[in-house]
Design a binder for this molecule. Structure first.
Ligand code: SAM
Length: 283
């Protein structure tokens, strides 16, 4: 069994065996392994002395993938203590595998006020975090401060307008719009992708590249479909109350579109999911 397979097995065990807050994110962690590892392998980590910072590590997915492959130390931070605890637990289960090479230190921290000295890291990474930040420029300034001169930051995030699905399901679109509006109310932005380079530039970082990574799939595999359905249910049930409270949908509308959209997931469909990947350097 490869180390990635062992990691996936650990995620599944924790997901099945424990009551976890935001377990939809853990399910997404399981479902997005292939694209996340493609991102991790494109980070140009050069040697084992690299010091890496993972900003908004969540359940530690990206840090665990990176640390499994290199004999380096990853500092992984997240504002949510409960996620850090689960990440630590998953890491504790996997780190003793002899083919797991690196080390991770998990810490509860806010990216806007990082508790690291200036010039500490060769590389900072952040996956699907900037879409949640109320002050992305302040976050980018903090990342710049803790990077060494010549160090790089690599950020991957969404921009909903770049996602294409066929056939389009009206109910799913209505629910996604409510999710997008809720994220704005909570200070985030699901159109962050196109804005990332501007924010990093404003923070004094030098933009090296902006790429759109597209991932196309036809969903046919029944077991994958089952997990996707579960992920959909958990994702929207977690925000149902907030959607109704902010009058983005009435309870009746929510229930109607939820049931419709759920049925739609069963159908074979084309999905082209695009992500922005922005690389920048500390001059
Ligand atoms: C969608 S999750 C992504 C988790 C992980 N990077 C991944 O790829 O699976 C976003 C994470 O950002 C964290 N986060 C949000 N605001 C933050 C902040 N100001 N500082 C640090 N982490 C933050 C959340 O707690 C959450 O775990």
């Amino acid at each position: 069994m490869s180390i990635y397979e062992k990691i996936d097995k650990t995620y599944k065990k924790i997901w099945l065996g424990e009551q976890i807050k935001d377990d939809w994110l853990l399910l997404q962690t399981i479902l997005t392994g292939i694209s996340r590892r493609k991102f991790a392998e494109g980070l140009s980590i050069q040697d084992d002395k690299f010091k890496v910072l993972d900003v908004g590590t969540g359940f530690g997915a990206l840090s665990i993938d990176i640390a499994s492959q290199y004999r380096l130390i990853v500092e992984a931070i997240d504002i949510d203590e409960s996620k850090i605890q689960v990440a630590q637990k998953i890491y504790n289960e996997i780190k003793s595998e002899e083919d797991f090479l690196g080390q991770i230190n998990f810490k509860q921290q806010n990216v806007e006020h990082l508790d690291y000295p200036d010039n500490s890291f060769d590389l900072a990474v952040s996956r699907f975090v900037f879409q949640h930040l109320t002050n992305p420029v302040q976050a980018a300034k903090e990342i710049k401060r803790v990077l060494k001169q010549g160090g790089t930051v690599c950020i991957i995030d969404v921009d909903d307008s770049f996602t294409v699905e066929y056939p389009v399901d009206e109910s799913q679109e209505i629910l996604k719009k409510a999710l997008m509006e809720l994220q704005v109310i909570n200070g985030g932005d699901r159109h962050i992708g196109r804005k990332l380079a501007g924010y990093l530039n404003e923070a004094g970082l030098e933009i090296q590249s902006v790429n759109i990574d597209t991932y196309a799939e036809f969903v046919r595999d029944p077991s994958l479909l089952l997990l996707q359905k579960l992920s959909f249910v958990k994702r929207f049930m977690a925000i149902e109350e907030e959607i109704i409270e902010h009058s983005l949908l009435t309870e009746k509308e929510f229930n109607y579109h939820f049931a419709n959209a759920y049925d739609h997931i069963q159908r074979v469909k084309f999905l082209n999911d695009s992500r922005f990947i922005v690389r920048a350097l500390k001059p």
